[in-house]
Design a protein around this ligand. Sequence first.
Ligand SMILES: [Zn+2]
Length: 309
Amino acid sequence: MPLSDQDILVLFTPFAVLFGACIGSFLSVCIYRIPRDESIVKPRSHCPSCGKLIPWYFNIPVLSWLMLGGKCRYCKARISPRYLILEIFTALLFTVVWLQVFAGLTMPEDLTRAWLTHGNDLLAPPCWRYGLTPLLHPTLLPVYWLVLWGLILGTFVDLEHYILPDRVTIGGMVAGVVLSPLVPELHFTASWSTALIRSALGLAAGFGGLWLIAFLGEKAFKKEAMGFGDVKLMGAIGAFFGWKAVLFVLLSASLFGSVVGVVLIALRKRNLQGRIPFGPFLALGALLWMFWGRAILSAYMRFLLPPLA
Ligand SMILES: [Zn+2]
């Protein structure tokens, strides 16, 4: 008996939530250890205050923290709610991506074909399902999950240390170019060579575009306007999602960045010279693109060119 759409949803959603929570837990380790150049697999998790190893049954995402009341089992030192929040947040984002894949699975075939034929442009009919941009192939699930992992890791490391780890940025550029021909639906096409070209164009647009902005900014303000990490991160975003995503992410990140900057200045938390890392805003823009970008873009194009719609 074949599984109905509803069966698939009921069977797979808990797995996505659980897997996301586990990755969130792993991310806490990565966020702490990667900028300190420590191994992310050894040693096993231990309490930062008494050093005792945490047995696996107290290392279950979300549940352990709640069961132990946010305290170490042995020394009763407070465990930051950051761990809990990161686990819930990651579980949520991983579930949203799964829903995008499910939306793609249940998308009418002719619509899927129209999207794959027209690529990422206004000729493809608009489509929102469950309030999200559908993903056109199930193999996009691990790819999008991998990108989420990188974006969350980069965001939290940048907020704390003002750097973006090379594993995320250079790793992202390489992974984007390698994965694009393997999963061409990433670029709204069924052809591997088209996907590869779009990925290379995206990488060039992201890396080159931001490098140019950084270069001109440095000339104009006589100080570093943008970190090289941001340039590489934008290259990675382009390699995964193409040049239209680069424009979209750059615009939305600048918008978020200026809103937050103005608010912080108004609250007198930072003066105009203070540094606000740009990486988290790029990551937020990329997230927006992943979940809604394709749909926002087609709505915008139709708004600009109503006679064609
Ligand atoms: Zn302890």
